[in-house]
Design a protein around this ligand. Structure first.
Ligand code: PSU
Ligand code: MN
Length: 302
């Protein structure tokens, strides 16, 4: 197989121990340097502290890797030439011997190939505002409609058209549940302003849904566990609305398109909120990683 698993991940998988996949685009393109390396290491440690094994996913020199050494994570965090790979880029990167960080879609694909069922990230990609003009919709959605994986996230990024993304997830047949909430979380914000139809209250309950997905068969779709950032750690909603409007304007003015849109908007928010958006983003990711580890434990029967 073309896939390279770290020793730690390989051992855990063969022993049936809990493993949590982590994406690397957030490290390479979603967070500012040099803090991004420290965050990547910290997220891996958070998974270990909960009793599971972290499997950060990336492609290095054309080899898809599930579980990175510290040196490999350093490359992802620090190399200028590191690309952003969605699932459609995987074959191209492998054939070209290229290196890249994996988005939710590429990470979910490689994790599923490796047999990993639980995955944590910050916020999913989705339908962008102005979709009717740009047709910009993250490849995350389509991939999650045909991949059996549980994704713990703080909803979808609030830079997106959240209600349109929720509609698309419904159309695509992707299961969505709030974790201990009946509101769909808003990434930097605890509440996106939209409800969810289902609420799950503990890791064991999530594992039950995963077993039911398998028992029902049919479409190999994902389960989205939407875990809100604690209200006391969210970005101030007024500041969020104001700076996001500016960011969207700047994006259009500067003609940013394609893969660059999301990193541009996230970076703009970090710079124009004095790092407050970064703190909210990090606390969301930290909470998601810990919850994913607990779900992986429940799934592994530990
Ligand atoms: N969550 C974060 N920060 C990020 C991302 C998620 O907190 O940077 C990344 C994920 O890798 C996701 C990607 O798949 O943003 C979406 O990019 P696009 O909108 O170009 O599909
Ligand atoms: Mn896009």
């Amino acid at each position: 197989m073309v896939l390279v698993m770290s020793e730690e991940v390989r051992e855990a998988m063969s022993a049936g121990r809990p493993v949590v996949a982590l994406e690397s685009t957030i490290i390479a393109h979603g967070l500012p340097r040099p803090d991004n390396l420290r965050v990547g290491l910290e997220l891996e440690d958070a998974v270990r502290r909960e009793g599971a094994v972290p499997a950060t996913v990336a492609v290095l020199d054309g080899r898809p890797r599930v579980g990175l050494t510290k040196d490999e994570l350093e490359r992802v965090a620090g190399e200028d030439a590191i690309r952003k790979l969605s699932h459609r880029d995987l074959a191209l990167a492998v054939a070209a011997g290229a290196s890249g960080a994996t988005t939710v879609s590429a990470t979910a694909r490689l994790a599923a190939l490796a047999g990993i069922r639980v995955f944590a990230t910050g916020g999913l990609g989705g339908v962008h505002r102005q979709w009717t003009l740009t047709q910009d919709e993250s490849a995350d959605l389509g991939l999650l409609a045909r991949t059996r994986i549980t994704v713990v996230c703080a909803g979808v990024k609030s830079i997106l058209d959240v209600p349109a993304t929720l509609e698309r997830l419904e159309t695509l047949g992707v299961s969505v549940a709030g974790y201990r909430t009946d509101r769909f979380p808003g990434f930097y914000l605890s509440d996106s302003g939209h409800p969810v139809d289902w609420t799950l209250d503990g890791p064991e309950q999530v594992a039950e849904v995963m077993r039911a997905q398998d028992a029902l068969g049919a479409q190999e779709s994902a389960l989205i566990v939407a875990n809100p950032v604690p209200p006391e750690q969210q970005l101030d909603p007024g500041l969020h609305a104001r700076v996001l409007a500016e960011a969207l304007d700047a994006c259009e003015r500067e003609g940013v398109t394609g893969q660059a849109v999301t990193p541009f908007l996230l970076g703009y928010l970090v710079r124009h909120t004095d790092g407050a958006s970064l703190r909210a983003n990090l606390s969301a990711v930290r909470g998601n990683v810990r919850l994913a580890a607990r779900i992986a434990l429940a799934w592994a029967g530990e």
